[in-house]
Ligand binder design. Structure first.
Ligand code: C2E
Ligand code: MG
Ligand code: MG
Ligand code: MG
Length: 291
């Protein structure tokens, strides 16, 4: 993996990779400027308690507003990882997400948790724990309100070191979630040993639920397995009410998906949370603006 090679580096592509298109090169060049030009945005997707329907948290999802269009993270995160830019971008994401979450928590009194995706390249940085600690310190967000999402394949591939880093991060008090759970090369014996708080069931497990009996049994079994391991489970990609009902009936802890709430701009998420807190809290509306 080429990283931190500086602005003018020449990318050497391996044999099996496609040569970069002119578009990719332009995009990569512009990505360097995205941070200083303030073109990065976070969208927030709500997560819900399956049993009560209450909002438990939000996942921060990075967007790049490039020449008036939103570029998908699937397109630019790999570029940012190759170039090492993800380290700086990731630190920005952490600070921004923690700051927003803390502002919303104090405005609404709602115990919101914020989930932030970490890339393998960030985990490789010696000072990732310090970066996380600093974001918490600067924003005043309690560590327990932050959850770091790490993709299963990364954790398994870099198993020994990953376990150490997760232990270190967890010592700060933050939660660790295994993202895209079930689609990587899971070693269950290994996953059992990892210091993690939650699995995020990959959305591919839900797409044929409940029509496919086989898939429904598998999803139910994965929920039960998480619970037997005393790990929480949140389902990704809930697109229908049938899926939502299935998760509730099978004791899944939390759910996230287009059916429940799309990723949205910060002000839209704030409005959603303010209204949710008003509807669901016992305290009076005039307490909402108290510090
Ligand atoms: P992820 O962490 O697994 O995020 C979930 C993705 O599923 C998001 O795509 C979200 O918009 C999408 N999604 C949510 N609900 C549904 C649904 O009901 N149906 C379908 N089909 N999709 C749904 P998005 O925002 O395009 O992000 C893609 C990936 O990019 C993320 O996958 C994550 O791996 C990465 N990513 C996003 N933001 C960051 C970031 O700040 N840092 C890093 N390192 N990676 C990020
Ligand atoms: Mg994620
Ligand atoms: Mg995911
Ligand atoms: Mg996923």
């Amino acid at each position: 993996r080429a990283k931190n090679n500086g602005r003018n580096r020449i990318q050497v592509y391996g044999d099996q990779m496609e040569s970069p298109t002119a578009d990719t090169l332009v995009l990569e060049n512009d990505l360097y400027k995205a941070l200083e030009r303030n073109e990065l945005r976070l969208h927030y997707q709500p997560q819900f308690d399956c049993a009560t329907g209450q909002i438990t948290g939000a996942e921060a999802l990075l967007r790049w507003e490039h020449k008036g269009k939103l570029v998908s993270p699937a397109e630019f995160i790999p570029l940012a990882e190759e170039s090492g830019l993800i380290v700086e971008m990731g630190a920005w994401v952490l600070r921004e997400a923690c700051a927003k979450a803390q502002a919303w928590r104090s405005r609404t009194g709602w115990p919101l948790r914020i989930a932030v995706n970490l890339s393998a390249v960030q985990l490789d940085q010696a000072d990732i724990t310090a970066t996380v600690a600093q974001a918490l310190h600067e924003t005043g967000l309690p560590a327990t309100a932050l959850e770091l999402e790490i993709t299963e394949s990364v954790v398994v591939r870099e198993s020994l070191r990953a376990a150490d880093i997760l232990t270190e991060l967890r010592a700060l008090g933050v939660g660790i979630a295994i993202d895209d759970f079930g689609v990587g090369y899971s070693s269950f014996a290994y996953l059992r040993e990892l210091p993690v708080d939650r699995f995020k069931l990959d959305r591919s497990f839900l797409s044929a639920v409940p029509q496919s009996e086989g898939d429904s049994r598998l999803a139910a079994a994965l929920i039960a397995m998480a619970h037997r391991l005393e790990v929480g489970i949140v389902a990704e990609g809930v697109e229908t009410e049938e899926q939502n009902a299935f998760l509730r009936d099978h004791g899944c802890d939390e759910a996230q998906g287009y059916h429940l709430g799309r990723p949205m701009k910060d002000d839209a998420f704030e409005a959603l949370l303010v209204q949710h807190a008003q509807e669901r809290s016992t305290f009076k509306a005039d307490n909402l603006h108290a510090p």
